[in-house]
Design a binder for this molecule. Structure first.
Ligand code: SF4
Ligand code: SF4
Length: 539
């Protein structure tokens, strides 16, 4: 944690008093810790995006192209014609305020422009001025305003303080999805070269090497081999991890953090053990070595480009269907955009579990099944021998990652797995889980270091719910099924709720899985001794 970060007590002094100035007046202070750095020119050049240049958000001159205003308004017009939802969401808001206090960034910062309704108004006001009669005639009396450089700066500041989590949409009586307005806002900013580095850097790497970390194909293999060695050391079982194997039944795609970062690594070990135990005929791809898609956080065009490689690899390898790992936004892309981007994937077959015979009809079009659906089905059909007591050191809770929960309704499957692989599971309060889950505060490309204050503020509501179960039941593990969550929660929890660790569900599956021919397990997948603890409270 950087030294300049305030203490939790200081950060909790949140001022909810509305400012005296009208919201129509753009006011942005690029204060250290609250905004993201601009994208380096080299990434824009590599991706062949317009207006690559060196610039800084806190500098007065953003070095915008001369025709920046016309470019943005033309871009807005194009998107209004292209996306009905965009036009609709701009037109139908009645400013009822039901969404106002539902955004974690507003709760954690008290900044009214972080209310979803007002975040959308930042863009809606420009829409009114340029595309509606009332806005043209009555100006600010109709909530309309000119697009100025200050307005553009405000967009940059607040559209990169939205994690596109879609919690607000659950509470809107009209179903207005402010995430989509943020997405359009970011696309428009992209047209004039105003992106953030934490998004464009991984996008450029993914475009070049197949994954966000920039791991080239020849380095992918030894990484997976190291995981195979780890599994053997812990279980005594040598598992297979085929890479680029043509003719396999299933292509497995995971977020790259699973084979690079902690605690993701233990999830990877869990996958490998599971696939070995059930004898799955599968392959990894060293080229589609990323399930995540940071392109989604910038523009549909970039998301489409990155998504294409997964399906190109599925075709090249001749697999029947795709299995996807524990990732968040990967599933928003697959479930809501893939078909339009690169589908339909008719060259594959409708996924059927080779172990249970279950047909995954929900994946009829995308041909891609979530690992939690797959594993929950194995458990439901008694195909796994499990010893939940091996997870007895953990009193755990489950964080519904925003995209699997809200974008694909994956709510019961992870819980079904958890209840079968461990003995001590405690839910956080009802209004903070399932469809109403609170975001980690660092998704949609905001999980970088320079905006740490906003991340801690945005993550506060989630951390607060974790604190509740930590204090009430002694919860010491937060489980989740998103690579971004696993990356950002350790710092967030260390700050707000020390004493709670983070892990994936397939780590718990790996711990509990009794494998044929395994040696007596003395450690869990973290290499820590297996032990039993006494839980308190009700399960
Ligand atoms: S809840 Fe919906 S209609 Fe009400 S202010 Fe928010 S976005 Fe507008
Ligand atoms: S999508 Fe999430 S982060 Fe964005 S305004 Fe809505 S609640 Fe806030």
């Amino acid at each position: 944690m950087p030294e300049e970060v305030s203490t939790p007590e200081e950060l909790l002094r949140i001022d909810y008093t509305p400012p005296k100035k009208s919201w129509l007046e753009p006011t942005v202070e690029f204060r250290k810790g609250t905004y993201c750095y601009s994208a380096a020119a080299k990434h824009r050049e590599y991706l062949e995006l317009p207006n690559p240049r060196q610039w800084r958000p806190y500098e007065d001159d953003w070095k915008l192209p001369e025709n920046w205003k016309e470019t943005i308004l033309a871009g807005m017009k194009e998107r209004l014609n292209k996306y009905r939802s965009f036009q609709l969401f701009l037109d139908i808001c009645v400013r009822c305020g039901a969404c106002a206090d539902k955004c974690h960034f507003f709760i954690g910062s008290g900044d009214p422009k972080n209310m979803p309704v007002l975040r959308a108004e930042l863009l809606r006001s420009v829409y009114r001025k340029n595309f509606t009669l009332a806005g043209k005639l009555f100006g600010k009396f109709a909530g309309a305003r000119e697009l100025t450089e200050d307005v553009l700066k405000e967009w940059f500041y607040y559209f990169y303080q939205c994690t596109e989590c879609r919690r607000c949409s659950v509470f809107c009586p009209f179903g207005i999805d402010t995430c989509e307005i943020t997405m359009m806002g970011r696309e428009l900013l992209d047209l004039v070269g105003c992106d953030i580095n934490w998004i464009l850097d991984p996008v450029a790497k993914c475009y070049r090497t197949g994954n966000h970390l920039g791991v080239p194909p020849h380095a992918f293999k030894p990484t997976i081999e190291t995981a195979v060695e780890d599994v053997e050391e812990i279980t005594g079982v040598k598992v297979e991890a085929p890479i680029n194997r043509k003719g396999a039944e299933v292509l497995f795609v995971a977020p790259s953090a699973d084979y690079f970062a902690m605690p993701h690594w233990f999830t990877l070990l869990g996958y490998l053990m599971l696939f070995h135990e059930i004898g799955l005929d599968y392959t990894w791809s060293a080229y589609a070595s990323e399930g995540g898609n940071f392109g989604l956080f910038q523009s549909m065009e970039l998301a489409k480009r990155l998504n294409a490689k997964i399906y190109a690899e599925a075709k090249r390898l001749g697999v029947k269907w795709i299995l996807g790992g524990e990732c968040g936004h990967m599933w928003r892309v697959i479930h809501q955009y893939m078909d339009t981007f690169n589908g339909p994937a008719d060259f594959m077959e409708e996924p059927v579990s080779p172990i249970t015979g279950t047909k995954f009809e929900n994946a009829k079009s995308t041909k891609m099944v979530h690992i939690c659906e797959f594993t929950a089905d194995l458990i439901q059909n008694n195909k796994l021998k499990l010893d939940p007591s091996r997870n007895d050191k953990w009193k755990l809770t489950f964080h519904d990652s925003c995209n699997p929960a809200r974008a694909m309704g994956l709510i019961e499957e992870p819980r079904h797995i958890i209840k079968n692989v461990c003995n001590y599971f405690y839910e956080m309060p009802e209004n903070t889980i399932k469809e109403r889950t609170f975001c980690c505060g660092s998704g949609a490309g905001l999980g970088t270091d320079e905006n740490i204050e906003m991340r801690l503020r945005g993550g506060f509501p989630r951390a607060n719910a974790v604190k509740y179960v930590h204090e009430k039941y002694g919860v010491n593990l937060l489980t989740c099924i998103c690579a971004i969550d696993k990356a950002v929660f350790p710092a967030l929890l260390e700050y707000w709720v020390p004493g709670v660790e983070v892990g994936g569900i397939h780590e718990l599956v790996g711990n509990a899985l009794v494998m044929k021919g395994e040696k007596e397990r003395t450690t869990d997948l973290r290499g820590e001794p297996l032990q039993e603890t006494e839980a308190k409270g009700d399960v």
